[in-house]
Design a protein around this ligand. Structure first.
Ligand code: SF4
Ligand code: SF4
Length: 481
């Protein structure tokens, strides 16, 4: 009998207890602090226990805190990752309907800056029809129960004809095959109207994610229109108008200059009549081009990849890799980066909004074989974070036999959520080595881990404290031992 490699312990000295979590089985327990001594004895190979200890040992075994052998546990984790990779329960496709954007965000070089929109790609209706043909082929091949279509950009609502066309045609293909279609929309919110929601709802629209970058003043500074006009009021009004119709997730991008304005934003949201309708609130650091020497103060250096180490040139930098919609976002795991998030999560929770716990983060979508991203020209990518670089395209909807795409596909095929460098890290099951885009850009090798272990540790610490509080009021897991 051995301790699981994936146990995480948080001592709670003021309660004389310990919080124990296993990141693989997801079991969580609050136990008397004396449990640590028992675990130490088991780690040393002792096997003589009192009757009461035997009961505890059985509970620990049942919950995955103890395992029969490290080899068995390793094999079980490999199987888990393999099943995740090969999962055919859902086919997930993110479509970038356009790379144009109507915002001129301070931190984003895309959008309505200079002549970006003049040259930014926009999907044509002809390409959209071919995208649907490609998706139909995948539906036949994968035979999923669920098809998740995420409309993304740029600003996807700048190409409504394609958004509607994709939704309708894909729905027909799904209906023919008895597949349930779910649509997620990631938008800056400026053009989000009840009409858009009403039009997409019959085709399975289940959630909309919009971005607010702090309180009114901060958001208007961070996310203005080209003429510097603010966008906050209009977005809030749009959310108010659609909140009864669709689940809305609020995302936000913070840097050191804006993070402290988020509590005021949360207070503002709490006071709104639609507060109870917000499905999730989920903030993450601004993704900035990574140039350590030139990085302005306060920038958190997490970068989305571009050719030759240049920053992202594809998806919207504010949402690529952002936590998006409940269980169906483009990427719900790319907010590994910063301790500030622990503070913002706690502020979010204090106001009663659901938010990710920071522990259950991955492995991300890039490790699923049946998750794809399609650019406006029909190029295929392993995840939205790689769309800035054509050389990372893994294929094309027209099955073009191009060597360079085949080479990229082979590189991604080798991508594993189990990195050698991670060794026996307790967070492997919920991390999978972190964001491959960040690893590619920052470390020059997407196969290396992009490690934010500190963020996991502080998230477990918060989880322990919350669990202890909930148990104290009778709402959390039971203590034992
Ligand atoms: S590799 Fe990074 S950007 Fe891509 S899906 Fe994973 S966490 Fe998100
Ligand atoms: S990247 Fe870091 S936190 Fe994630 S599994 Fe590897 S060592 Fe652990």
């Amino acid at each position: 009998m051995h301790l699981s490699k994936f146990n995480v312990q948080v001592p709670l000295p003021e309660r004389n207890e310990v919080f124990l979590m296993n990141t693989f089985s997801d079991a969580q327990l609050l136990a008397p602090a004396g449990l640590t001594g028992l675990l130490d004895r088991i780690a040393r190979g002792e096997s003589a226990f009192t009757a009461q200890e035997h009961e505890t040992v059985d509970t620990l075994l049942d919950n995955g805190f103890l395992v029969q052998s490290p080899e068995e546990e390793r094999a079980a984790l490999d199987l888990y990752f393999r099943d995740l990779r090969e999962d055919t329960g859902q086919l997930r496709v993110t479509v970038l309907t356009t790379l144009q954007c109507n915002f001129a965000c301070e931190y984003c070089f895309q959008g309505d800056h200079g002549d970006h929109n003049k040259f930014a790609e926009k999907m044509s209706l002809e390409t959209a029809a071919r995208v649907v043909d490609w998706i139909a082929g995948r539906l036949d091949e994968v035979r999923p129960e669920k098809f998740v279509l995420t409309l993304f950009g740029g600003e996807p609502l700048l190409n409504l004809p394609v958004a509607y066309d994709l939704a309708e045609r894909c729905q027909r293909e799904c209906e023919r095959r008895g597949v349930r279609q779910i649509i997620s929309l990631i938008t800056n919110g400026l053009l989000l109207t009840p009409e858009v929601v009403d039009r997409l709802t019959p085709y399975g629209l289940s959630g909309v994610k919009i971005t607010l970058d702090g309180d009114r003043e901060t958001h208007n500074r961070m996310r203005p229109l080209r003429g510097r006009q603010g966008t906050f009021d209009r977005i809030i009004e749009n959310v108010r108008r659609v909140a009864d119709k669709v689940a809305v997730t609020i995302g936000g991008n913070f840097d050191e200059s804006s993070a402290d304005s988020y509590p005021a934003l949360l207070d503002f949201l709490r006071e709104q009549d639609f507060a109870g309708k917000i499905a999730k609130v989920n903030f993450k650091p601004v993704i900035k081009p990574f140039d350590q020497a030139a990085a302005p103060k306060g920038v958190i250096p997490l970068t989305v990849v571009g050719d030759g180490g240049k920053p992202l040139n594809g998806t919207c930098m504010t949402t690529a890799g952002a936590g998006a919609l409940t269980g169906s976002g483009v990427c719900d795991s790319c907010h590994f980066a910063d301790e500030k998030m622990a503070f913002l999560r706690s502020e979010t929770r204090k106001r009663g909004f659901p938010t990710p716990d920071g522990v259950h983060m991955g492995p991300c979508e890039i490790h699923r074989r049946h998750a794809h991203t399609i650019g406006p020209d029909g190029s295929l990518y392993a995840c939205p974070g790689f769309t800035g670089s054509k050389t990372e395209s893994t294929g094309h909807i027209e099955w073009r036999a191009e060597e360079w795409r085949a080479a990229a596909a082979a590189r991604f095929e080798r991508l594993s959520p189990r990195k050698d460098e991670c060794a026996d890290c307790s967070f492997v099951p919920v991390c999978g080595g972190g964001c491959s885009v960040a690893a590619h850009t920052e470390l020059g090798d997407m196969h290396r881990p992009s490690c934010h272990k500190g963020a996991f540790e502080s998230a477990v610490f918060s989880l322990a404290e919350r669990t202890a509080t909930e148990v104290a009021v009778g709402a959390g897991p039971q203590a034992f031992g």
